[in-house]
Design a protein around this ligand. Structure first.
Ligand code: GTP
Ligand code: MG
Length: 171
């Protein structure tokens, strides 16, 4: 049959934002884990949508591992940036990391799509995706396609919307 198109993506964002939980939820039910622990360094994960076969670099968000992110920028066709929409205190740290990413030599001059998940939308104190977008200054990203979705990685809500936007961009 027809071979699915492939996309290589890097999944970044602060520790505890939900990156591994999101990727886990995108896998078939029988491959999902119930014991997700903080990522050490990074792992490589695979999942598929109707049209695309994804290879995802699931990076650790812990401070001491964040310098690993940039090693994978060059070879990826897309970026997923996950935000804990309840973590108001560290949204400024997330913005600093995003700004560093946008200035990186392998990102700066490319029209690489960036999908943001304002994750943990199920929590009562979650900020809206509009609010997260404003605090992160996403409107200032003019040279790359970007999109933000509220998500709940525990139920999967919002993930398909994000992924289908992504599939259109990576074509
Ligand atoms: P690092 O690997 O350390 O960078 O963290 P991570 O971004 O991969 O976070 P991880 O997926 O390990 O999730 C951190 C915690 O948040 C876990 O206890 C998850 O169950 C929880 N979590 C993830 N997504 C959601 C969500 O949408 N809602 C709620 N309520 N909890 C979530
Ligand atoms: Mg993780």
């Amino acid at each position: 049959g027809l071979k699915k198109k492939e996309a290589q993506i890097i999944v970044v964002g602060l520790d505890n934002s939900g990156k591994t939980t999101i990727l886990n939820r995108l896998k078939p039910d029988n491959e999902q884990r119930h014991d997700i622990v903080p990522t050490i360094g990074f792992t490589v994960e695979q999942f598929q949508t109707k049209s695309l076969k994804f290879t995802a670099f699931d990076m650790s968000g812990q401070g001491r591992y964040r310098n690993l992110w940039e090693a994978y920028y060059q070879d990826c066709n897309g970026i997923v940036f996950v935000i804990d929409s309840c973590d108001r205190l560290r949204l400024a740290v997330a913005k600093d990391e995003l700004d560093l990413l946008l200035e990186n030599e392998h990102i700066r001059n490319r029209r690489i799509p960036i999908l943001f998940f304002a994750n943990k939308m199920d929590k009562r104190d979650a900020m809206s995706s509009v609010k997260c977008s404003a605090v992160l200054g996403l409107e200032e990203i003019r040279d790359k396609p970007w999109h933000i979705c509220a998500s709940n990685a525990l139920t999967g809500e919002g993930l398909d919307e994000g992924l289908s936007w992504f599939a259109d961009q990576v074509k």
